[in-house]
Ligand binder design. Structure first.
Ligand code: IDP
Ligand code: CA
Length: 461
């Protein structure tokens, strides 16, 4: 193909990804025609429309290409989420239209790889290589002129906190993975702040995800703020966060479950807690009894939540587990629920108020609801807590029909049911808004963490 004129390349690159853009039906239009169209549209956009109106071609033009818009300033932030099951990169674009206003979030590029860094306990270099490959994407997404002022940070969550003691010593205390990942960052052209690689304290995970969801749903600014609570279910830990509405909630809550912070000129006192070991995969290990025995090698771990004839191996956090069904005993929802409920019963704080609120739920809540067609995979949906129980019964009592997806499906749905009902104390009819993205931005703590990062570097007001 003929190379495109340089000015048009970026615009056309974006044009390919913009669904509303009409495509030429058969043959490519001549280059001069494309060039002319780009110039015409950009001049209409810059002189007449921007920033008053949204048009289908608005996304084609970086805000700072218009001379009339010279004061608008585009900047970027790169956040790595090193979770227990995978590593993810979030590349955010912000536009500051004038110094008095808050910057606007223009978009996000997101990519993920599996497994997470904790699976590379014995080969940290390979782990760091996954980070390097993801960082290459950022070089494509951020213009070279912005590389030096674009910060890059990696925060590890529960996965690295849960590693067996010996491996955690090697990795964390001697700082193997953090050191090598930091080297990858230093070799990149991006801005590497102090403490650019670290482990995130569990309580921030909940607060930052709450900030993300409430920012994206428009609840952190303007009048009539009605914030929503958030539920995140990771592989190793789970978080619950909400803004208490009743004085009694504040009085009845242990102080270490309450956190105050200031954002966009308001102070919020949040109820938040991260339960380490209560993520979906950690709960599988707890249900199987794997956490109580010293050496799991060679031990067959059995459960009534698994298909009767199943015998298999599972690698998690650098450890190999052998697991299987109850060959001789019972299987199905009832015995499974009895097993799973022991993992949560009496172990979590139950704030009364949440029975009367609705929550946004994401990560594994979303994945398992989508896997079983309770919600649309792309759009998400609204469920009641009892819908998880209904689906768990259906799957566990007909295990042979569902095992092609995952042998753990019955156990996972039963755990989600038990966690919501017996763990947090939600009512059967509590509403859950299952959400993966809001306005095309991932619901994850990463955006909240990026706001915090940019603010601490003085890149925003
Ligand atoms: O930014 C995201 N977008 C989509 N899914 C995510 C994102 N962050 C986490 N998840 C989901 O969270 C679940 C795993 O959680 P994770 O690996 O973060 O465990 P952890 O929080 O216990 O360390 C998976 O279902 C994964 O798809
Ligand atoms: Ca997570």
């Amino acid at each position: 193909m003929t190379p495109l004129p340089s000015g048009a390349t970026a615009a056309l690159g974006m044009l390919i990804h913009t669904p509303a853009v009409p495509r030429f039906p058969c043959r490519m239009a001549p280059i001069w025609l494309i060039g002319f169209l780009v110039l015409a549209l950009s001049s209409i956009y810059c002189t007449v429309l921007h920033p008053k109106q949204e048009m289908w071609f608005q996304g084609l033009f970086p805000s700072n290409m218009c001379p009339a818009n010279a004061s608008a300033y585009t900047f970027y932030g790169i956040m790595f989420d090193a979770g227990s099951t995978g590593t993810r990169i979030h590349i955010y674009t912000f536009v500051q239209k004038n110094p008095e206003q808050l910057p606007e979030l223009e978009g996000e590029i997101f990519e993920s790889v599996k497994p997470g860094l904790s699976a590379y306990a014995s080969e940290p270099k390979k782990g760091a290589e996954t980070v390097r490959i993801l960082l290459e994407m950022a070089k494509e997404a951020v213009p070279p002129s912005h590389w030096k002022k674009t910060p890059v940070v990696l925060k590890a969550t529960a996965g690295l906190r849960l590693l067996s003691e010996q491996k955690a010593q090697a990795l964390l205390l001697q700082g193997m993975i953090p050191r090598i990942v930091r080297e990858v960052f230093e070799k990149s052209p991006f801005l590497v702040p102090d403490n650019s690689v670290g482990i995130m304290d569990g309580c921030y995970e909940g607060i930052l995800a709450w900030i993300t969801v409430n920012f994206l749903t428009g609840q952190l600014y303007g009048q009539n703020q009605q914030t929503v609570g958030t539920l995140d279910l990771g592989g190793a830990s789970t978080q619950i966060t909400f803004l208490p509405r009743f004085e009694e909630t504040l009085e009845q809550t242990p102080v270490d479950f309450l956190s105050s912070f200031e954002m966009f000129n308001s102070t919020y006192k949040l109820y938040t807690h991260s339960y380490l070991g209560f993520g979906l995969k950690a709960a599988r290990l707890a249900t199987l009894g794997a956490l109580e025995i010293k050496a799991v090698d060679g031990q067959m771990l059995r459960s009534s939540c698994l298909p009767k004839q199943l015998e298999a191996e599972w690698h998690f956090g650098g450890v190999k587990y052998q697991y299987g069904g109850n060959r001789e005993g019972e299987t199905g929802f009832e015995p499974c629920y009895a097993e799973v409920v022991k993992v949560v019963q009496g172990k979590l704080h139950q704030p009364d108020e949440i029975r009367r609120s609705s929550f946004y739920a994401f990560s594994y809540y979303y994945d398992r609801a989508a896997d079983t067609n309770m919600i649309d995979y792309e759009k998400g949906g609204v469920l009641e807590v009892r819908d998880f129980e209904r689906k768990a019964k259906e799957v566990c009592d007909n295990m042979d029909m569902y095992t092609s997806a995952s042998p753990f499906l019955c156990m996972d749905l039963t755990y989600i049911t038990a966690l919501l009902k017996e763990g947090f104390g939600f009512g059967d009819n509590t509403l859950l808004q299952l959400t993966k993205k809001v306005n095309n931005i991932e619901t994850s703590w990463a955006l909240g963490a990026t706001f915090h990062l940019l603010q601490s570097l003085g890149l925003t007001h």
